[in-house]
Design a protein around this ligand. Structure first.
Ligand SMILES: Cc1cc2nc3c(=O)[nH]c(=O)nc-3n(C[C@H](O)[C@H](O)[C@H](O)COP(=O)(O)O)c2cc1C
Length: 163
């Protein structure tokens, strides 16, 4: 693809609005996690979800090695949490309350909902991988709270329009 324009690719894909999650895990008693927008529901029967970690992620190998990961769906007020988990090489859990879900992966305080999974399989995909999770527990923690959204490099909150 000689004519491929990475800037155009990024600009075009940035028009796809997503929520923001923090994928967490716990290896040898040490919590780890990173912010992600590339997350999707995948299958109902069996219940599967997909997460797309960059090969540059330093936290993902710890989640992989633990055999599990928890998807924490951020609420609109959790932009500061996103900022922390978008950094690398720091203690991201220092200022945060959390508890272990059924897989042992951290459920962060204040999230809208979470999806706790065992890692089913991981596929190679360019500079990312496709991590498929088999869902073991799902929970909505707060109703009536808006999700954090990401669109064209900016953050916002969902606003319903009339049907
Ligand atoms: C809104 C947003 C979405 C992101 N989406 C992803 C993603 O889908 N996959 C990924 O691997 N990194 C994603 N990142 C980047 C990671 O959060 C970032 O590289 C982080 O530093 C990785 O931390 P780690 O080295 O501890 O894994 C995203 C960051 C932001 C702010």
């Amino acid at each position: 693809m000689g004519d491929f324009d990475p800037g155009l690719f990024r600009a075009t894909l940035s028009r796809f609005c997503t929520g923001v999650v923090v994928a967490t895990g716990c290896l040898d008693g040490v919590p780890a996690g990173f912010a992600a927008q590339s997350f999707s529901s995948l299958s109902l029967d069996p219940p599967l979800v997909a997460l797309f970690p960059a090969k540059s992620s330093t936290s993902w190998p710890r989640l992989r090695d633990s055999g599990s990961f928890c998807i924490n769906i951020l609420s609109a007020s959790q932009k500061p949490v996103c900022d922390v988990f978008a950094k690398t090489g720091i203690d991201k859990f220092a200022e945060l309350d959390w508890h272990a879900g059924v897989t042992g992966s951290p459920v962060l305080e204040g999230v809208l909902a979470y999806v706790d999974c065992d890692l089913e399989v991981e596929h190679d995909a360019g500079d990312h991988t496709i991590a498929v999770g088999r869902v073991r527990d799902v929970r909505t923690l707060v109703d009536g709270v808006l999700p954090l959204l990401f669109f064209q490099g900016s953050y916002g909150a969902f606003s319903a329009t009339a049907n």
